[in-house]
Design a protein around this ligand. Structure first.
Ligand code: URA
Length: 186
């Protein structure tokens, strides 16, 4: 069992459990506050993330940071951000089920060390892997599900919001609910 993020990271950075290791520039381990109550999980690194080794640093990341900031949250202060897969899928395709399965243990180790109170899944890939295989973002976004004393919530992926800005108010509502839940817990 790992005791710290540094220990997990050391092993994770040399991971070769799936083919994505062959085309990556950097492993995107995660970023933010390791003792945060909120863990946000995206799908996988895009081009900018692969180049910088950090999650959500492109246009989608800017939107995510803006939504978080609107409810008093940020990676500098009170959330940690990671992805289902830690290496970029070529041409930003969806990570394959076997790639997700090969990678998910790193996230499980991170959850075990971090012990978040709330996990927020961004988009279908993340919500279907973490919450339920038949999760429908359009129907179930903003709903909280409890598992092993952790609250799970799915909402829209920022990249989907950039493509379809009509859903932005719904996403902002979800982040407002997230803030309220956090306050109920503390
Ligand atoms: N999209 C994701 O799902 N994760 C990132 O880190 C960047 C874009």
């Amino acid at each position: 069992m790992y005791k710290t993020f540094d220990e997990i990271k050391k092993d994770c950075l040399s991971c070769e459990k799936c083919e994505l290791c062959k085309t990556r520039t950097n492993v995107v381990f995660g970023a933010g506050q390791e003792n945060a109550k909120i863990l946000i999980i995206g799908e996988g690194p895009g081009e900018n993330e692969d180049l910088q080794g950090l999650p959500f640093v492109g246009r989608g990341g800017q939107l995510l940071d803006k939504m978080l900031k609107a409810v008093g949250l940020s990676r500098e202060e009170n959330v940690y951000i990671a992805n289902i897969v830690k290496c970029r899928p070529p041409k930003n395709r969806d990570p394959l089920p076997q790639e997700q399965e090969a990678c998910i243990n790193w996230l499980r180790h991170q959850v075990a060390v971090m012990k978040p109170k709330i996990i927020v899944c961004l988009g279908r890939i993340s919500a279907q892997k973490i919450i339920s295989p038949d999760f429908k973002v359009t129907k179930q976004h903003g709903e909280f599900y409890e598992r092993n004393n952790v609250l799970l919530m799915g909402t829209f992926h920022p990249a989907a919001l950039l493509r379809n800005p009509n859903n932005k108010p719904l996403a902002f509502d979800d982040f407002t609910k997230l803030r309220e839940k956090l306050e109920e817990l503390s």
